[in-house]
Design a binder for this molecule. Structure first.
Ligand SMILES: [Zn+2]
Length: 219
């Protein structure tokens, strides 16, 4: 390559080198979230007064959350995308399977989505759990809880630290959202509604994205 001429006809020195970067950093997603739709398989979770399965509602909302996260350049890993789950006859094995997926994926956050249940139909509202002692988990739990209440106007039951298997056995900062009470007739019908699932999913995704520092959100 010692016969290369410059534009004015002079020979260039043989050692002309140009360095340029070929990696487009914008194509590499910075963040990853594991999304865990509660229950599934033989485990329906709680069942509403008219027979709506918690497992069905959880999955619908979870997939909608994932779609919004993907639109905003955040990678998602699901513990399930259908009603099928392994070990559905063994709760501990099934929960550990979900934790194993998260621990292998090494996400920024593990986000588990459920609906609440209580013996008294009047019980209502939203609460979000996090693994105690995790400042990152607490921050995400509060952000998601705040966005849900802002979107729904439902009763704010706050953020709490329970003793839950998936929160205790995931390495990532972890939260578990109890969207609404499926045992409450009004909230059951909202949970079963496609447009209300969209509303909840938008709120949950917004809380996650804002916590990641993404504020110019596409829905
Ligand atoms: Zn549940």
């Amino acid at each position: 390559m010692n016969q290369v001429k410059s534009s004015d006809g002079k020979f260039l020195p043989s050692e002309v080198r140009m360095d340029f970067t070929t990696v487009n950093l914008a194509l590499v997603n910075k963040y990853k979230i594991v999304l865990d739709a509660g229950h599934g398989g033989d485990d329906s979770g709680a069942i509403g007064p008219t027979g709506v399965y918690e497992s069905t509602v959880n999955l619908a909302i979870t997939l909608k959350v994932g779609t919004i996260l993907n639109k905003n350049g955040v990678d998602t890993v699901y513990t399930r995308t259908t009603n099928d789950i392994p070990y559905s006859d063994d709760e501990t094995k099934n929960l550990q399977y979900r934790c194993d997926i998260s621990n292998a994926a090494k996400p920024n956050y593990f986000v588990c989505i459920h609906a609440n249940a209580f013996d008294i139909e009047a019980a209502n509202g939203t609460e979000t759990y996090y693994y105690g002692g995790s400042a990152a988990g607490e921050k995400l739990a509060q952000a998601v809880q705040t966005e849900i209440i802002k979107a729904t106007g439902k009763v704010d039951r706050g953020i709490k630290v329970p003793n839950y298997y998936v929160l205790n056995h995931t390495n990532a900062a972890a939260i578990l959202i109890e969207t609404l009470f499926i045992t409450n007739p009004t909230e059951e019908s909202l949970l079963a509604s496609n447009s209300y699932q969209d509303l909840l999913a938008k709120a949950i995704a917004t809380g996650i994205l804002k916590t990641l520092g993404i504020t110019n959100i596409t829905y």
